[in-house]
Design a protein around this ligand. Structure first.
Ligand code: MG
Length: 384
């Protein structure tokens, strides 16, 4: 039996995680839940799983929860509450699904506490990759990716000597603007960018899929998780989203990982690894005729992907700067304060302005994150 703390339980990964837990009540249980501001859904989740330790973002919501719940758990709030759930002594497994750089400290603390950490918060790896490895080594914990492409790579590379790998390829659907000409992409609206063709996800990652920044962050994530050089990680556009990653070996052979595009699969894989339990979604249907296509990404129409490679090559805090500027620019775009095309312009300018430093510790990385956000916001204000 695995005892789970789910950080970010009301988001898209969080709710899928709870569905997986519900499908395997004899194998998985919930001991801690943390969420942000969606208190009605969080209350329903708490009453469904009755975890002893829970946390929300705001003190007012913690007070509301205390009065509203039909049982009496330990109720925490804010960053400290998130940390209490991340290091809850009853949990052996932590699902890190908080959105954005806010999830960094809790992922690090869970690794340091020796948990199996199933990481859906890609910023933890992009921004704090080196620190996460240190924390995992210090706590003798385990780090398993929940991102579909990285779960696929984990399945392809597990048990293989790193030197046997020539390259890996992660696939991208290409997002809603895959076939759009440059001029149309430059003028894309929020509504158009949120209309993702194959995955249903939260708004931030959906915009990142439209710019291909999501794939760029995933390239960095793959480098951190599997110790690969930038040139060993390639992106293939595959609109059907059925092949999630490929491993290329030195003899020229490729292995591909295929499954339905439902996040419950990578979530269950990470929770139950190395076992393979019956799937939480229908088995892949090979009786249906299918056409798969593969093509290369166009860096001119999707410059965010190139910016991510540049940040990975620059190393140090460059991925932190990239991520912080992108979060600010995407938030501004979603709020109608900047154009779609200015997301990449803001990230490029912030990267060019702030030079990368070698990564030392979490406080330094977070200070760099704040500095990059301030710089990005100033740029966005000046170009509003
Ligand atoms: Mg992904």
């Amino acid at each position: 039996m695995r005892h789970l703390a789910v950080l970010g339980s009301t988001g898209s990964i969080g709710t899928s995680t709870l569905d997986v837990v519900e499908a395997h009540p004899d194998r998985l249980s919930i001991v801690a839940l943390a969420a942000g501001r969606n208190r009605e859904l969080f209350k329903a989740q708490c009453e469904r799983f009755r975890p002893a330790c829970v946390s929300v973002a705001e003190p007012a919501d913690a007070a509301w929860l205390q009065a509203a719940l039909n049982y009496a758990p330990e109720i925490h709030h804010g960053a400290e509450g998130l940390m209490a759930c991340a290091t809850c002594p009853d949990a052996d497994t932590v699902v890190a699904a908080v959105v954005g750089a806010a999830g960094l400290a809790s992922t690090e603390a869970a690794l340091r506490a020796g948990r199996r950490v199933c990481v859906a918060n890609k910023e933890s790896l992009v921004v704090g990759g080196a620190l996460m490895h240190q924390a995992r080594a210090a706590g003798a914990g385990q780090l398993l990716p929940v991102d579909s492409e990285h779960a696929a790579l984990h399945q392809l590379l597990d048990g293989r000597a790193p030197e046997s790998i020539r390259e890996v390829r992660i696939t991208a659907s290409g997002g809603p603007f895959r076939d759009w000409p440059l001029e149309r992409i430059q003028a894309a609206t929020v509504e158009e960018a949120l209309n993702h063709p194959t995955w249903k996800m939260g708004p931030k990652i959906t915009i990142d899929s439209a710019t291909l920044m999501n794939k760029g962050l995933e390239v960095i994530e793959a480098s951190v998780l599997f110790g690969l050089k930038p040139e060993q990680i390639q992106v293939t556009i595959h609109p059907q989203s059925q092949v999630h990653a490929m491993a290329g070996f030195h003899d020229g052979t490729y292995q591909l990982q295929v499954c339905a595009n439902d996040m419950k699969l990578p979530i269950q894989y990470a929770l139950t690894y190395p076992e393979r339990l019956p799937g939480p979604v229908p088995v892949y249907d090979w009786t249906q005729a299918r056409t798969w296509t593969f093509s290369l990404p166009d860096l001119e129409r999707f410059p965010c992907l190139g910016l991510a490679y540049a940040a990975l090559r620059a190393g140090g805090t460059a991925p932190t700067i990239l991520n912080a500027a992108n979060e600010e620019a995407v938030a501004a775009f979603l709020a109608g304060r900047t154009s779609f095309w200015d997301i990449q312009a803001c990230v490029a300018e912030t990267l060019a302005h702030l030079g990368p430093q070698p990564v030392q510790n979490l406080a330094q990385v977070m200070a760099c994150d704040h500095e990059a956000r301030a710089r990005a916001r100033a740029w966005l204000d000046a170009h509003a």
